[in-house]
Design a protein around this ligand. Structure first.
Ligand code: NAD
Length: 244
């Protein structure tokens, strides 16, 4: 189906994992898609790669302006760039807190600020933020990461309220454990990565990790006119992990 025909989308963190799967799905559904990433060199046509660091406001403004110029407008912003952190409050120092909050929370603020004037011109404007079940699940060893995603959830609700009357919808997805290069890096760092993967899969109610295209599907739904009356929601994509 071509439910994104004529729509123009920008995906941050779109060179890898969930962002990449989202950019590819939106393009397959007919959207024109630009990707903003630290390193967009792996992004191929028809996706349009733009280099930016979401912690650098000037680079975000430049990349969003260039992407909007390439696309000829903007209907959909997927705020997806993010980084992880492990540990309790005793394990991460102030510099790590500032870094993760800068990427995961302020990064979304910067791209949204740069994109809003363009989204206001659209008649199908939607923002989808990649949050996490960590926002509400109370996961062990994830104090900083959970706090950053808790902020993303609150930010999503606040933005939804602020912009609904302008015709801009704002929702988020809450993925569980998704099989992306990020999780691959965590497994590679383990002593026995095959055993660690098996343990991780055993913790999933479905017995397997969530796939990046499955998260992309939820993002695409929230970005598409099919969800035109939905704003201020968090859609779990966690294989049933929530509530366990
Ligand atoms: P990933 O590492 O595969 O991809 C993240 C992308 O973001 C990379 O291309 C990276 O270059 C980009 N990025 C990172 N910092 C950036 C910055 N400062 N500026 C611009 N781009 C930057 O990770 P992923 O697993 O696809 O994660 C994507 C999002 O999904 C993140 O927000 C993450 O918190 C969230 N998430 C992931 C999981 C999971 O299990 N993988 C679960 C829940 C939520």
């Amino acid at each position: 189906t071509q439910d994104f025909a004529g729509l123009k989308a920008l995906v941050t963190g779109g060179a890898s994992g969930i962002g990449r799967a989202t950019a590819e799905l939106l393009a397959a559904r007919g959207a024109q898609v630009a990707v903003l990433d630290l390193d967009p060199s792996s992004v191929d046509k028809p996706l349009l790669g733009h280099q930016a660091d979401v912690t650098d406001d000037a680079s975000v403004r430049r990349a969003v302006a260039a992407a909007v110029a390439d696309l000829g407008g903007l209907d959909v912003l997927v705020n997806n760039a993010g980084i992880g952190a492990q540990g309790t409050v005793e394990d991460n120092d102030d510099a790590q807190w500032h870094q993760v909050l800068d990427v995961n929370v302020l990064g979304m603020v910067r791209t949204t600020r740069a994109a809003l004037p363009h989204l206001r011109e659209s008649s199908h404007a939607a923002i989808v933020n990649t949050c996490s079940i960590a926002a509400t699940a109370g996961l062990p060893q994830r104090a900083l990461y959970s706090a950053s995603k808790g902020a993303v959830l609150s930010l999503t609700l606040a933005m939804a309220a602020d912009h609904v009357r302008e015709g801009i919808r704002v929702n988020c997805v809450n993925p569980g454990t998704v099989d992306t290069p990020w999780v691959g890096r965590l497994l590679d760092a383990a002593q026995d990565s095959a055993a660690e993967r098996a343990a991780l899969e055993a913790r999933q109610p479905t017995g397997r990790l969530v796939s990046a295209p499955e998260v992309a599907g939820a993002i695409a739904y929230l970005a598409s006119p099919l969800s035109g009356a939905t704003t201020g929601t968090a859609l779990a994509v966690d294989g049933g992990m929530q509530g366990l």
